[in-house]
Design a protein around this ligand. Structure first.
Ligand code: NAD
Ligand code: MG
Length: 396
């Protein structure tokens, strides 16, 4: 067999759940320094200096960037003697993302990932996109940048990765319907009174997936599926009405595509993000992963049910925002980020998350009077406006 060529990669959000899974796969596949094929350019984290330094050393990265400006000296100290360059702050993050790379993992959580991810897109890299908030917040601006740069976007989100795999070689005009599966989260069977009293610890305890705190709460409100609906609409332009959501508690069928001849194709697997990450890391080839293999006889049965819009209003809010276009998706995302953080901090209740998002949406969409964010600056303006109102939102 031909020796595989060396691939230069960067990992943004390296200390997170997706970042850690990516590091695991890269280390198993091997670094260029020790006979493998991966050469690591940049890694980044928010403020966990020790974890960032550990990842940077393990990956022999060229540069490690800590987003929090004031932590530069700490990072320098943690990296001393490693040969890894230390940098800090937003400008350094964007600079690192602009460095030439063959493959970039965008795994920062939230709209904080927007600027570095856009920088990676603009240098024309293959961008493995885990950060769904980018697409929700700045969809048209983001997709326009992808097109202009000729960048390749590979979806990491398991549902979108499934759809991407299923669509390989298919014509979009042959697609009749895309169905995003949803686990239903930890409160799938809870009544509304129990949901009202739900604690952060209960919301974060996801039945199938182990993930960061923010996306875990999003799964509990089902805003995650709402964000994924908007993400799917940008990645797979079949029209909002042709994308639906199906609750599937086992998280084995990762999504489905129905074609106009009646065929329905799906991608299946155990719930382990290393499978979709590996798909993007090796693309267009495949690579080995240590993930548990799917044993359908042991799973025994697969269940499906329609989502409940009454207990999970976030789904309806996201669909309405997608239909409304303009500032609505930006505002939905920003208000949700703030409300989730406030719920995690014990400031508001669980059901106040969608209630707060709805209140902020109404206010800001009214103010915007049909404005359409046409640039990153516009997006950041409406994002900030929504964050300000969501911060002041008083729970009922
Ligand atoms: P996480 O909270 O575990 O990790 C987030 C990473 O982003 C960390 O490295 C953190 O240091 C960094 N970060 C946080 N705030 C930052 C800021 N302000 N500036 C710079 N860096 C910052 O989150 P995660 O679960 O790994 O999720 C990452 C992204 O992937 C999210 O957008 C999430 O929706 C998406 N995603 C995650 C999963 C999953 O299974 N975890 C699945 C699908 C999609
Ligand atoms: Mg997902």
């Amino acid at each position: 067999p031909q020796p595989a060529s060396v691939r230069r990669i960067s990992i943004f959000g390296v200390t997170g759940s997706i970042g850690g899974s990516t590091v695991d796969l890269v280390r198993r596949a091997g670094l260029a320094g020790s006979g493998g094929r991966f050469l690591v350019e940049a890694v980044s984290a928010h403020r966990n200096v020790a974890a960032l330094a550990e990842a940077a050393r393990a990956l022999q990265a060229r540069v490690a960037v800590i987003a929090e400006e004031g932590l530069l000296d700490d990072l320098r100290a943690a990296l001393s003697g490693s040969g890894v360059e230390a940098a800090a702050g937003e400008a350094a993050l964007v600079e690192a993302a602009s460095r030439p790379a063959d493959w970039v993992m965008a795994a920062i959580v939230g709209a904080a990932g927007l600027k570095p991810t856009l920088a990676a897109v603009r240098q024309g890299a293959v961008v493995a996109l885990a950060n769904k908030e980018c697409l929700v917040s700045a969809g048209p601006v983001f997709m326009d940048a992808v097109q202009r740069a000729g960048a390749t976007l590979l979806p990491v989100d398991s549902e979108h990765n499934a759809i991407f795999q299923v669509l390989a070689g298919a014509r979009m005009s042959d697609v009749e319907r895309i169905t995003l599966t949803a686990s239903g989260g930890p409160f799938r069977t809870w009544d509304i009174a129990a949901m009202r009293a739900a604690t952060p610890a209960q919301a974060i305890a996801h039945p199938n997936w182990s993930m960061g705190a923010k996306i875990s709460v999003d799964s509990a409100t089902m805003m995650n599926k709402g964000l994924e609906l908007i993400e799917a609409a940008h990645l797979f332009p079949v029209g909002e009405a042709c994308i639906d959501v199906l609750v599937h508690p086992q998280s084995v069928v990762h999504s489905l595509v129905a074609f106009r001849d009646g065929s329905v194709l799906a991608q299946l697997g155990t719930p382990d993000m290393r499978t979709p990450i590996a798909h993007t890391l090796a693309w267009p080839d495949r690579m080995e992963t240590p993930c548990a293999r799917l044993d359908l006889a042991r799973v025994g049965r697969l269940d499906f049910e329609a989502p409940d819009d009454t207990r999970f209003p976030a789904l309806r809010l996201a669909r309405e925002a997608l239909r409304a276009e303009g500032v609505a998706p930006t505002v939905l995302n920003a208000a949700n980020e703030v409300c989730v953080a406030r719920f995690l901090a014990g400031e508001i209740g669980f059901l106040d998350i969608p209630a707060g998002v709805e209140r902020v949406l109404e206010a800001v969409v009214g103010e915007a009077a049909g404005a359409v964010p046409g640039s990153l600056e516009d997006v950041m303006h409406w994002d900030a406006r929504a964050r300000h109102l969501a911060q002041g939102f008083a729970a009922a």
